[in-house]
Ligand binder design. Structure first.
Ligand code: UFG
Length: 328
C-alpha cells in the first residue's frame, strides 16, 4: 500500500488516480484544508482507496496511520502550502506546516520502519536562476519562505538518509498544468493564482491580469516550463519503482526543457476556447523571475521518464475541467 499525503489536492490527486488505475492500493492522508472531499469520492470509484482526514502538525494523526496500516511500503508526500506570496507575508505558517509537519511524518516513518519517500519539491528551491535551462547542479538559493521550506526538507532528508537510511527522491517541479484527460479531477484552488486557470476563468468583468510586459524575454512576458500533471504523476510512479529497485536518495527536475511566455500561453488559451479573452496588462508581480526552464536530462537518465504531453494538451484538459468546476 502507498501512503499519499495531500492526496486530495491538485497534484496529489492525479498521482492517486494513476496508482489506482494501475491496481495499487492507496491510502490518502489529507487535512482537507485545501484538498476536496469530492475529489476523494470521485477517485474511490477507480480502485482500492482509503481516506483518512488528519493534520501532519499532529504527530498522533500520522502515527495512527502507520499503527493501523502495517502494509505501507512507501510514502509520496505532497501535503504542503505552496503560495509564494503568502509565504513571504506569513512565513510561520509555511515553516510550521511544511517543515514541522514533514518532521512528524518522517518520525512516524522511522518509528514504523518505512524508509522510502517521494517528495514534492520545487523549482523555487533554485531561486533566481544564474543560467537556464536549470539542471540539478544549479545552486539552490531560494528567494522566499516557500522555497526555503522545501529546501530545508530536502536537507533533512539527506541527514535522515545518513543517520537512519531514509531513501528519498525529491522531485523538483516546474509549472504544473492541465487536468485528468477525462475531466474527473483537476486543479481546484480557492483563490486561484495560477496562470492557465486564471486565463480560462477570465470574463469581461474580471479580466485576465497579465503581470509584467517589460521583461527581458522574447515578447516581454515571463517564460515558464509548463509540465502536464498526468505526465508528472507518472514520474512519481517511476520514482517509486526506482526506490523499490534499491535506488539511492536522489533529486530530479520535472519539466519539459521548453519555455513558453505568458503571452504565448494566453494566445494558446484563446485558440482552445475559440474566443478572444479579456486582458489587462498589469505591473510585474513581486518575486517573479523572468525565465524558469528545466533541464530534464536527469529524469530521462535516472527514471526513464519523459514528458509526453504539450502545452495544448494542458490547456484543453484544464478547459474541460473548468467547465466541470463551474457547475460545482
Ligand atoms: N501570471 C499572470 N497572471 C495571473 C497568474 C500568473 O500574468 O493571473 C504570470 C506570472 O506572473 C508568471 C506566470 O504567469 O509570470 C506563471 O505564474 P504562476 O502563478 O502560474 O506560477 P509561478 O511560476 O509563479 O509558480 C509556480 C508554482 C509555485 C512554484 C513555482 C516554481 O505555483 O508553487 O512555480 O517555479 F514555486
Amino acid at each position: 500500500m502507498i501512503l499519499v499525503t495531500g492526496g486530495a489536492g491538485y497534484v496529489g490527486s492525479h498521482l492517486v488516480l494513476a496508482l489506482l488505475e494501475q491496481g495499487k492500493d492507496v491510502i490518502v492522508f489529507d487535512s482537507l484544508e485545501l484538498g476536496h472531499i469530492e475529489i476523494i469520492e470521485t477517485m474511490k470509484k477507480y480502485g482500492n482507496l482509503k481516506f483518512v482526514q488528519g493534520n501532519l502538525k499532529n504527530l498522533d494523526d500520522i502515527r495512527g496511520i502507520f499503527l493501523v496500516n502495517k502494509d505501507i511500503e512507501a510514502v509520496v508526500h505532497f501535503a504542503a502550502y505552496s503560495q509564494v506570496e503568502e509565504s513571504v507575508k506569513n512565513p510561520q505558517k509555511y515553516y510550521y506546516n511544511n517543515v514541522y509537519g514533514t518532521l512528524n511524518l518522517l518520525n512516524a516513518m522511522m518509528e514504523f520502519g518505512v524508509n522510502k519517500i517521494v517528495f514534492s519539491s520545487t523549482a523555487a528551491t533554485y531561486g533566481e536562476p544564474s543560467y537556464t535551462p536549470i539542471d540539478e547542479n544549479h545552486p539552490q538559493n531560494p528567494i522566499n519562505p516557500y522555497g526555503n521550506s522545501k529546501l530545508m526538507v530536502e536537507k533533512i532528508m539527506d541527514d535522515y538518509d545518513r543517520a537512519y537510511g531514509l531513501k528519498s527522491v525529491r522531485l523538483r517541479y516546474f509549472n504544473v498544468a492541465g487536468a485528468d484527460k477525462e475531466a474527473r479531477i483537476g486543479e481546484w484552488h480557492n483563490p486561484e493564482t495560477h496562470l492557465i486557470p486564471n486565463i480560462l476563468k477570465a470574463t469581461p468583468d474580471k479580466k485576465f491580469k497579465m503581470f509584467g510586459t517589460d521583461y527581458n524575454t522574447k515578447d516581454g512576458t515571463c517564460v515558464r516550463d509548463y509540465i502536464n500533471v498526468e505526465d508528472l504523476a507518472l514520474a512519481h510512479i517511476k520514482a517509486l519503482d526506482y526506490l523499490n529497485n534499491g535506488g539511492e536518495t536522489n533529486y530530479i527536475n520535472l519539466g519539459t526543457n521548453e519555455g513558453n511566455s505568458v503571452k504565448e500561453v494566453f494566445e494558446a488559451c484563446e485558440e482552445v476556447k475559440g474566443v478572444s479573452i479579456p486582458l489587462e496588462a498589469c505591473p510585474r508581480r513581486a518575486g517573479d523571475p523572468a525565465v524558469l526552464v528545466a533541464d530534464n536530462k536527469k529524469a530521462k537518465e535516472v527514471l526513464g521518464w519523459r514528458p509526453e504531453k504539450d502545452l495544448t494538451d494542458c490547456i484543453e484538459t484544464a478547459y474541460r475541467w473548468e467547465k466541470v468546476l463551474s457547475d460545482k
